[in-house]
Design a binder for this molecule. Structure first.
Ligand SMILES: [Mg+2]
Length: 123
């Protein structure tokens, strides 16, 4: 039975996508983990495969994470989204939840916080 969950991590800071990627690969979760460094790259990957969960930064060159979130909820309503940002504000948090984000987390965060959210969503 192949019920491997797919997780897409999107951030222009590649050290962050890499450390999240490593932490999910090394953990004993059977997740397929893919990374993208922009909203545009993420959109291309979303067209190629279904993802159960997308974790995205807000501030990136080009498409923002909030735009990506809106597109995901329109095109792939079953895909959950976690928003992360180093430039949080109550307005952004509200916009993220109004746009359908499951969780919103401000950087810097501990990897275990994100892991808990991911396990809550993906099991
Ligand atoms: Mg960024």
């Amino acid at each position: 039975m192949n019920d491997q969950k797919r997780l897409l991590i999107v951030d222009d800071e590649e050290t962050l996508t890499y450390s999240l990627y490593q932490s999910f690969i090394l953990a004993k979760h059977d997740y397929e983990v893919v990374t993208a460094s922009s909203g545009e790259e993420a959109s291309t990957k979303l067209k190629e495969k279904n993802y159960d969960l997308v974790i995205t930064d807000i501030s990136m060159p080009g498409m923002s994470g909030l735009e990506l979130l809106t597109n995901i909820k329109q095109d792939y309503p079953g895909t959950e989204v976690i928003i992360m940002t180093a430039y949080g504000s109550p307005e952004k948090k509200e916009e993220a939840f109004n746009s359908g984000a499951k969780y919103y987390v401000e950087k810097p965060f501990e990897i275990k916080e994100i892991k808990q959210m991911v396990m809550d969503i993906l099991g």
